[in-house]
Write a new protein. Structure first.
Length: 473
C-alpha cells in the first residue's frame, strides 16, 4: 500500500460532474412539477377560447335578418369556431344555434364549471395519451353572462396537437433553463468548493507520501467558512504529526544507541559483579563491609539494563491465548513473588475456582508478579485479589496494605521511565503491564491509594483478541 499511486479523480468522475448532473436533474424535476398544472390550465384555456369563438359565431347568426344565414356562411362560422355544432342555453331554454347536417356522436362530455386542480391535470394527461380523435361536448359560461351557457361539439385531435406543441416548447425551455442553471451552479461550486477541495486533497496526498517534508504541509486559506476551518485544522494536525514523526525518528535513533550501550554496559556490570562477590569473600573487613552495597547497586544496574532492553524489544512479543484458570494464575504469581524474596507478603486470593479467562499465561503472569513485587517492595504485608464477571469481561481488584502511591507519582504511573514511586525503580513495570493488558483487550488503572493501601483495577475479556502484538508505550 505504501507504493500505491493515488491520483485525484478526473472532472468527469469527480464531485463537479455529479453536482452538475444532480442540478440538471433537480431543475428538470421542478419543471415537471410546474408542467403538470400548466398543461391542465392550457387545456382549460383552449376550451374556454373555443367557447368564446362559438359565442361570437352565434352573434353573427343573431344579427342577421330573420336569424337566417346562407349554408356556406354557416359552415365557415363552424370552421372558424372549430365546432360541429353550437347550442345556447338561457334560463333553461336550449336553442340549437349552429350545426352541421349530420353531427357526429358524442364521446365525452366536459363541463368547464366543474373539476378541481387534480381533475384538470388528469384530464389533460388523458388527452395527451389518446391515439384516436374523440368528439367532445364542451359546456361553459362566458364572463359577464352567468345566465348564458354555451355548448360546443368539437374534435379533440386539434386540441391534442396544440397541447403537444405546447409541451415541446416547455421541454425545450426547461432544458435551456436547466443547462443555464446547472452551468452557473457548476461554476459557483467549482470556484467555492470543488477547486479548494481538490487542492486540499492534493495536499493531503502529498503529505501522506512524504510526511517528514515540511513543504507538504498545507497552506490554509483565510476563508471563514467550514472549508477554511477544515484547512486550518488540517494544517495544525499535519504540523503536529510532522513534529511527532521527527521526534519519533530521534527517539528511534536514541533507542538504538541506548540498546547498544545497554548491551555493553550489562557485560561490564556482570564483570564488576563477579569482582564484588570475590571482595565479599576476602579477609579485609572493609571490603566485606562495602561489598554487599556494591553488589546491590550492581544488581539494580543490571536489572535496569535488562528491563530497558526488554521494553525496547516488547513490540515483537506475540500473544498466545489459551484457556486459563484465573485463580490458578494468581496463585502461581503469588508463588513466584515469594520465590524472588517477597515471602513475607500474605496473599488472600478470593477468585472463584471456576472462573476462566482466555489469554497468554506467561504475559498475564508477568503482570500479577510485577504488581506483587511492587507491593512487597513498597512495604505491604498483605495482598487481596478478587474478581467478578461482567458483560463478557472479568473485573479484577488487586489491593495491598502498603503506604500507598505518592500523589506526585500517580500522574506518571504508567509513563515509561517516569512512573516509579520508589528509589531505584525503573518505571517500566506498570507500562509493560498496561501494554500486555491492552494487547489482550483489557485495561489497568489505579483505583485508590492512601495510608490504607493501594488498589489497582484490572479488566480482562473472557475471550482474548487474536493476532495482537504488544507494543511499547
Amino acid at each position: 500500500m505504501a507504493g500505491e499511486k493515488r491520483m485525484l479523480p478526473p472532472l468527469a468522475n469527480g464531485l463537479s460532474a455529479r453536482l452538475l448532473i444532480l442540478t440538471i436533474g433537480f431543475v428538470m424535476l421542478a419543471e415537471v412539477l410546474i408542467y403538470a398544472p400548466s398543461i391542465g390550465r392550457y387545456r382549460k384555456a383552449y376550451l374556454e377560447e373555443h367557447i368564446a369563438s362559438a359565442h361570437l359565431a352565434t352573434l353573427v347568426l343573431i344579427s342577421s335578418p330573420d336569424h337566417m344565414i346562407d349554408d356556406t356562411v354557416k359552415e365557415e362560422l363552424l370552421r372558424t369556431a372549430g365546432a360541429h355544432g353550437i347550442v345556447l342555453e338561457r334560463a333553461g331554454a336550449r336553442t340549437l344555434a349552429l350545426s352541421k347536417a349530420m353531427p357526429p356522436a358524442i364521446d365525452l362530455r366536459i363541463d368547464l364549471e366543474t373539476g378541481g386542480f387534480f381533475t384538470l391535470i388528469g384530464d389533460a394527461f388523458m388527452t395527451l395519451v389518446q391515439n384516436r380523435n374523440r368528439v367532445l361536448r364542451v359546456m361553459g359560461k362566458l364572463p359577464g353572462t352567468p345566465r348564458l351557457t354555451v355548448e360546443v361539439v368539437m374534435d379533440e385531435a386539434p386540441m391534442r396537437e396544440a397541447m403537444l406543441d405546447y409541451s415541446r416548447r416547455i421541454l425545450a425551455l426547461s432544458i435551456f433553463i436547466s443547462l443555464i442553471t446547472a452551468g452557473l451552479v457548476f461554476a459557483a461550486l467549482q470556484w467555492l468548493i470543488v477547486a479548494p477541495l481538490r487542492r486540499t486533497t492534493a495536499a493531503m496526498t502529498a503529505f501522506r507520501k512524504d510526511p517528514e517534508n515540511a513543504l507538504n504541509i498545507i497552506h490554509p486559506s483565510p476563508r471563514s467558512d467550514e472549508l477554511g476551518t477544515a484547512q486550518r485544522e488540517l494544517a495544525v494536525m499535519q504540523e503536529e504529526l510532522h513534529a511527532a514523526l521527527g521526534q519519533r525518528a530521534r527517539l528511534a535513533a536514541l533507542g538504538t544507541a541506548v540498546a547498544k550501550i545497554n548491551h555493553d554496559l550489562r557485560n561490564m556490570l556482570a564483570t564488576a559483579q563477579l569482582v564484588s562477590e570475590r571482595l565479599a569473600g576476602s579477609g579485609d573487613p572493609d571490603a566485606r563491609k562495602w561489598a554487599p552495597r556494591i553488589i546491590d547497586a550492581l544488581d539494580r544496574a543490571i536489572r535496569l539494563c535488562s528491563q530497558t532492553l526488554d521494553f525496547a524489544r516488547q513490540g515483537v512479543a506475540a500473544i498466545q491465548p489459551a484457556r486459563l484458570s484465573l485463580a490458578a494464575l494468581i496463585a502461581d504469581a503469588a508463588a513466584e513473588t515469594e520465590a524472588v524474596g517477597a515471602a513475607e507478603v500474605a496473599w488472600d486470593i478470593r477468585v472463584p475456582e471456576s472462573m476462566e479467562i482466555e489469554g497468554d499465561r506467561d504475559q498475564l503472569l508477568r503482570v500479577f508478579v510485577n504488581l506483587g513485587k511492587n507491593a512487597a517492595e513498597a512495604g505491604a504485608t498483605r495482598i487481596e485479589v478478587d474478581a467478578a464477571a461482567r458483560n463478557g469481561a472479568v473485573d479484577i481488584r488487586f489491593a495491598d496494605d502498603g503506604p500507598g502511591v505518592p500523589e506526585a507519582a500517580r500522574e506518571a504511573l504508567f509513563t515509561p521511565f517516569a512512573g516509579s514511586a520508589r528509589a531505584g525503580g525503573t518505571g517500566l513495570g506498570l507500562p509493560i503491564a498496561r501494554d500486555i493488558l491492552r494487547a489482550h483487550g483489557g485495561s489497568i488503572e489505579i483505583g485508590a491509594s492512601g495510608e490504607a493501601g493501594t488498589v489497582f483495577r484490572l479488566t480482562l475479556p473472557r475471550r482474548a483478541r487474536r493476532r495482537r502484538r504488544l507494543r511499547a508505550a
